[in-house]
Design a protein around this ligand. Structure first.
Ligand SMILES: NC(=O)c1ccc[n+]([C@@H]2O[C@H](COP(=O)([O-])OP(=O)(O)OC[C@H]3O[C@@H](n4cnc5c(N)ncnc54)[C@H](O)[C@@H]3O)[C@@H](O)[C@H]2O)c1
Ligand SMILES: N[C@H](CO)Cc1c[nH]c[nH+]1
Ligand SMILES: [Zn+2]
Length: 440
């Protein structure tokens, strides 16, 4: 285990989304699939251009090539949706998750205002977006919860037209629990498409899949890079890519729990686990725990988690908790987990993270499912300027200006003066045309 300290730790935790290293396994799969060494961006560009040009035919070809399935119909039929079923405990858990996430977002202030005062009226109208696309990852694992954690905030915002895409299994089916969750949410537009090809379909539209006003939801590198590339053609909520968890732990932390929390996220595709501790002793004990817990995982999870731990895990020894928090803010993790003697005392120092998980009973894995806030959170350092999925992502704001004559008289001259300072004479005259003329 290489333990980073001081400037080495700062260097290792400094990053931007644009220069994230691409895992060797991803590069190897690209070369095997495309027969040449391309970057994920070049791959995404190729797929986007092809789907834009050839629509559903391209979508079917890429789905066959990348997911090994060639579904006859891209849309999940109403009968298929109605027939989907899961064991009763899973069905109940889906309902619990929906209720918890809905109850959380119903508390988010998301209304506008319109103040009629002495100036006339000024305000903001808040309107739900028209049509929204929700990407549900399904490469390694069918992320049932992600559908809930993306669609519910959109519904709370008032969006009624929601289009869901998710990669199909090799037999062309969509996981029944995703269909049950869609049904519970009242969603009936579900399509079999994953990766960059799904993002292309949502952005440009195809004969089967309608173009949307905004695409939300997380995914692997190909998905988030494709989202960034289609931004402008359509909206995107953020760049929630391969997951990452930074645990800050002191000597009071239980190494079993620290290891469990790191491994829980390590089993996601391309995940990056980071441990920052003020205790060298704890780092050693967590390392031993990690090895033991890894070996106890079943396959394929063991393989997924081992890849993240061996290829990307970072271990940092900080001099103090202040330094630990400083490093966490620099890294701006998707998840920041505080496992220290007094975790609440650190909250004031948290500046940049997708979500902060405080203490023993708020493990991030619970946040993935039923805590309440959406688990769709910015990664790759983008938590410096982006936020977890929330109601505001699914609304637009329209400014309202309805001033009266008295206000025009009072503030009009300042407007005209600024217009002339900008060299914009027509602006100034438009303002002055409604001002009373100077009697002189
Ligand atoms: N940040 C968040 O909020 C958040 C939430 C949930 C999941 N995630 C992340 O979502 C990701 C899910 O990844 P996944 O791979 O399991 O599912 P995914 O659905 O994101 O990606 C699968 C798709 O990737 C495409 N693909 C795979 N290899 C390719 C290649 N070589 N070239 C072109 N396209 C290729 C295929 O089309 C496939 O359908 C994980 O990295 C996970 O951490 C993030
Ligand atoms: N931890 C992932 C990224 O926040 C979300 C997830 C879904 N299912 C399990 N985990
Ligand atoms: Zn997770």
């Amino acid at each position: 285990m290489q333990v980073l300290e001081g400037p080495d730790a700062r260097r290792a935790l400094t990053r931007t989304f644009n220069d994230l290293p691409v895992p060797d396994a991803v590069l190897a799969r690209i070369e095997a699939t495309f027969g040449e060494a391309l970057s994920p961006t070049q791959v995404a560009e190729r797929i986007l251009a092809d789907v834009r040009a050839r629509g559903d035919d391209a979508l079917r070809d890429w789905t066959e090539r990348l997911d090994g399935a060639r579904p006859d119909t891209l849309a999940v039929s109403a009968d298929e949706l109605a027939a989907a079923s899961v064991p009763a405990d899973l069905h109940a858990a889906i309902r619990t998750a929906i209720a918890r996430v809905r109850a959380f977002y119903e508390q988010q202030p998301a209304h506008g205002f319109l103040n009629h005062g002495p100036d006339g009226a000024l305000g903001q109208l808040v309107r739900p977006l028209g049509r929204v696309g929700v990407y549900v990852p399904g490469g390694l694992a069918p992320l049932i919860s992600t559908l809930i954690h993306t669609a519910v905030p959109a519904q709370v915002a008032g969006v009624t037209d929601i289009v869901v895409t998710t990669p199909p299994a090799r037999d062309g089916s969509v996981h029944p629990a995703i269909l049950v969750a869609a049904r519970e949410l009242g969603l009936n537009q579900v399509f079999r498409a994953g990766g960059a090809q799904a993002i292309a379909a949502l952005a440009y539209g195809t004969a089967s899949i309608p173009a949307v006003d905004k695409i939300a939801g997380p995914g692997n590198l190909f998905v988030v890079i494709a989202k960034r590339l289609v931004y402008g053609q359509t909206g995107i909520e953020s760049l929630p890519g391969p997951t990452e968890t930074l645990v800050v732990a002191d000597d009071s932390a239980d190494p079993r729990h620290v290891a469990a929390d790191l491994l829980a996220q390590a089993e996601h595709n391309g995940a990056e686990p980071v441990l920052v501790s003020t205790s060298r002793e704890l780092l050693l004990r967590v390392q031993a725990e990690l090895n033991g817990q890894l070996e106890a995982l079943p396959e394929p999870n063991r393989g997924w988690a081992r890849d993240s731990v061996s290829a990307r895990m970072k271990v940092v020894l900080a001099g103090t908790l202040d330094e630990a928090l400083d490093l966490a803010n620099l890294y701006a993790p998707e998840h920041l987990c505080l496992l220290t003697r007094d975790p609440w005392s650190l909250l004031g120092q948290v500046q940049r993270a997708g979500g902060v998980f405080i203490g023993e009973y708020s493990m991030e894995a619970l946040g993935d499912y039923v805590a309440g806030p959406s688990h769709v959170m910015p990664t790759g350092g983008t938590a410096r300027f982006m936020s977890p999925v929330n109601v505001r992502d699914f609304q637009n704001i329209i400014s309202v200006v309805g001033l009266n004559e008295g206000t025009l008289r009072r503030i009009g001259p300042a407007g005209a003066t600024l217009a002339r300072a900008e060299g914009l004479e027509a602006h100034a005259r438009a303002i002055e045309s409604r001002l009373p003329r100077d009697p002189a």
